[in-house]
Structure formats: C-alpha cells, structure tokens
Write a protein that binds this ligand. Structure first.
Ligand code: FES
Length: 79
C-alpha cells in the first residue's frame, strides 16, 4: 500500500501547453501541487502520472488525489 495523502482540498487552475509533458502528483506529498516534485520517493507515495494535452487550455487539476479522472478534478474533493 502506497503512502498517499491529500495534497489539497480544491483543484488548481493551470494553463497547459500543447505537446508539453506534465507530471501530475498522485501521492499528495509534493509541495509544488498539482505537479510532482519528487517527494513520493522519500515518502513512499505513488509515482506521478505523466500527461500532455492536445491543445493549449486551462484545466482544473486535482490536488486532493481522490479524483476518478486524474489529473483532472471531478468534484471528489467534496466527498
Ligand atoms: S481537487 Fe481532487 S477531485 Fe477536486
């Protein structure tokens, strides 16, 4: 079982650029939410999810790590 925690309680609006690779923190330990800063290694958390977008856009990325649609917020932070 990975040592994952909530990284926040609300999504963060991010400007995402086309064809750039992003590493979304899935463990909650990053202090650079919603992105990975490598803290999962010492915390024993799950590794980041690498993703890119097909068009430049603003998106709300999950920080609570409860989403069923990572890296995007799906409202699960309210549960
Ligand atoms: S911040 Fe995680 S579901 Fe909204």
């Amino acid at each position: 079982m990975k040592n994952n925690i909530r990284g926040g309680n609300a999504p963060i609006a991010c400007q995402l650029e086309v064809d750039k690779n992003y590493a979304w923190c899935s463990c909650g330990h990053s202090t650079d939410q919603p992105f990975c800063n490598g803290n999962h290694k010492k915390a024993g958390g799950s590794p980041p999810i690498i993703f890119c977008v097909e068009e430049t856009k603003e998106a709300y990325l999950c920080t609570c790590k409860q989403t069923n649609n990572p890296p995007y917020c799906d409202g699960s932070h309210n549960n």
